[in-house]
Design a protein around this ligand. Structure first.
Ligand code: IMP
Ligand code: MG
Length: 332
């Protein structure tokens, strides 16, 4: 059995979509389970086309991969149906019958509720939808006629796939610093985002996971309110070439240099066995498109080795450009 969890280390937008797209193309997984919700956008570039996926699992690039949305997820029905059409995955996508539903009223509450004011939420309604689920009044996927063709028992399917020795990816969303439990509370999302929570949402027990790939970006970014240690000014962000717009909301991302202490904390709490570092080519432009470690300049190698030293986790994947195969793969 091989079950891989992919989790984010910082405030989301570390490039999980990019790493999962590489695993999809290279390792050809049999099953990929998306957790979390529509607030997260995973960007996948493929053959010049850019996808910002809010609901469909990032491994859709692998045509044989069964795509699942876990019981712990919150489903935005219209967005899901739109993405199913865009990615043409109607024959291989399944939604757990117990996943809960985000309704229009939740989005309104997200934008107008006094208790959420100032947090800079994405406005998709994910927090209010989770509140509703906790009250045990939420609608579930099985209550929605449009979802009928896709209903699945995700925990059953994914555990069977693991039993059958298939390759399974559990796809996390956001990052540890946005975790309801371990992040910068109250400036966090409405759920735990750690590797354990990803397993729990999919219905996979902790003894069944082989690898936790923790994704770091070579610098840190954050959208919305809340602390960002070492935050740079907007001018400095632009000067360094670190300026980004959020894939989901179009908001400007704030930026800061990589923080090794936060990286260590994220590695611990996620139980990371491997690290991925994305956008090394933004930090060191001469790395662009590199596909072997030997091609990297000394300062880039030093940076990677410092991450390994400070986190105790080997950096197995290094992103050097947006396409799935722009990567240095140091896995055995
Ligand atoms: P919510 O998840 O929409 O409730 O927003 C809570 C906080 O999490 C805000 O600061 C959002 O900007 C942030 N957030 C939620 N999802 C993402 C994501 O996918 N990437 C980056 N930030 C996110
Ligand atoms: Mg994102």
């Amino acid at each position: 059995m091989t079950c891989i969890v992919v989790a984010g280390a910082f405030w989301g937008d570390e490039g999980k979509g990019k790493i999962i797209s590489y695993l999809a193309v290279k390792d050809k997984p049999d099953v990929c389970v998306r957790t979390g919700s529509v607030n997260a956008a995973h960007t996948v570039f493929f053959q010049g086309k850019r996808y910002a996926l809010h609901m469909v699992p990032g491994a859709f690039l692998c045509e044989k991969c069964r795509l699942l949305i876990g019981a712990g997820a919150n489903v935005h029905v219209a967005q899901l149906l739109k993405e199913i059409e865009l990615t043409r995955v109607e024959n291989r996508i399944g939604v757990d019958k117990q996943a809960s539903i985000i309704e229009e009223k939740h989005s309104v509450q997200d934008r107008t509720s006094a208790h959420l004011k100032g947090l800079g939420t994405t406005g998709w309604g994910v927090g209010p939808a989770i509140e509703e689920r906790v009250r045990r009044t939420a609608k579930l996927a099985k209550d929605i006629p449009e979802l009928k063709p896709y209903l699945a028992d995700v925990a059953e399917e994914v555990n069977q796939a693991i039993d059958d020795g298939k390759l399974v990816i559990l796809e996390g969303t956001q990052g540890l610093m946005l975790s309801l439990f371990h992040g910068t509370y109250p400036y966090v999302t409405g759920r735990d985002t750690s590797a354990s929570a990803i397993c729990s949402e999919a219905g996979v027990g902790p003894t069944r996971v082989n690898e936790v790939i923790l994704v770091y970006k070579a610098f840190m970014t954050r959208v919305g309110a809340g602390p960002l240690p070492g935050e740079l000014s907007r001018e400095e962000t632009i000067k360094r070439g670190w300026f980004e717009l959020a894939a989901g909301t179009g908001r400007e991302r704030r930026s800061a240099p990589f923080d090794f202490e936060l990286a260590r904390k994220a590695a611990k709490i996620n139980g990371a066995t491997q690290a991925a570092v994305t956008k090394l080519d933004i930090l060191y432009p001469s790395c662009k498109g590199a596909r072997s470690y030997d091609e990297l300049p000394a300062e880039a190698k030093q940076f990677i080795e410092e991450i390994e030293k400070r986190t105790g986790v080997p950096v197995a994947l290094i992103g050097t450009g947006p396409e799935p195969l722009d990567i240095i793969d140091r896995r055995r």
